[in-house]
Write a protein that binds this ligand. Structure first.
Ligand code: MG
Length: 157
């Protein structure tokens, strides 16, 4: 078994799309990034790469590379899954926490899980997604950004 952890945070700004876990979420602000800013998927990619001993998302998909400008982070996630397959690694389970003061994410979590399950090639019951606030404290609490933490367990076969 191999365990991995990932963390990411992005700034929120008006006039941007908010995409979390591949789901477009209605919000008056969205995440600023070189890619689509999907902080949830970025944290997940880093957890998977970390568990596999393959470095991090920035090493495989450099933000300075123009080919990744505005890219759908699901494409990056699927490429990470291919890397895991090449290393004979399968996903045992994933646990993700999104830290956001707003919007409320509970109603979007089933759709996020379905998308992640599809891209990862695992059953949705192996994926847990939850959301929390920081009670108004810090950059997430002030609505300046959204952060995400991910933990995963991989099995070698
Ligand atoms: Mg990121």
């Amino acid at each position: 078994m191999r365990i991995g952890h990932g963390f990411d945070a992005h700034r929120l700004e008006a006039g941007q799309r908010l995409v979390l876990g591949g789901v477009n979420i209605p919000c008056d602000k969205g995440l600023v990034a070189h890619s689509d800013g999907d902080v949830l998927i970025h944290a997940l990619c880093d957890a998977l790469l970390g568990a596999a001993g393959l470095g991090d998302i920035g090493r495989h998909f450099p933000p300075g590379d123009a080919s990744y400008r505005g890219i759908d982070s699901r494409i990056l996630l699927r490429r990470v899954v291919t890397m895991l397959n090449e290393q004979s690694l399968t996903i045992s389970n994933i646990d993700i926490t999104v830290v956001a003061e707003a919007p409320k994410l509970a109603t979007h979590i089933p759709a996020i899980k379905a998308i992640l399950a599809e891209d990862l090639g695992v059953e949705p019951d192996r994926i847990n997604v939850k959301a929390t606030t920081t009670e108004g404290m810090g950059y997430t609490g002030r609505g300046e950004g959204i952060a995400a933490h991910a933990v995963t367990l991989l099995d070698e076969y």
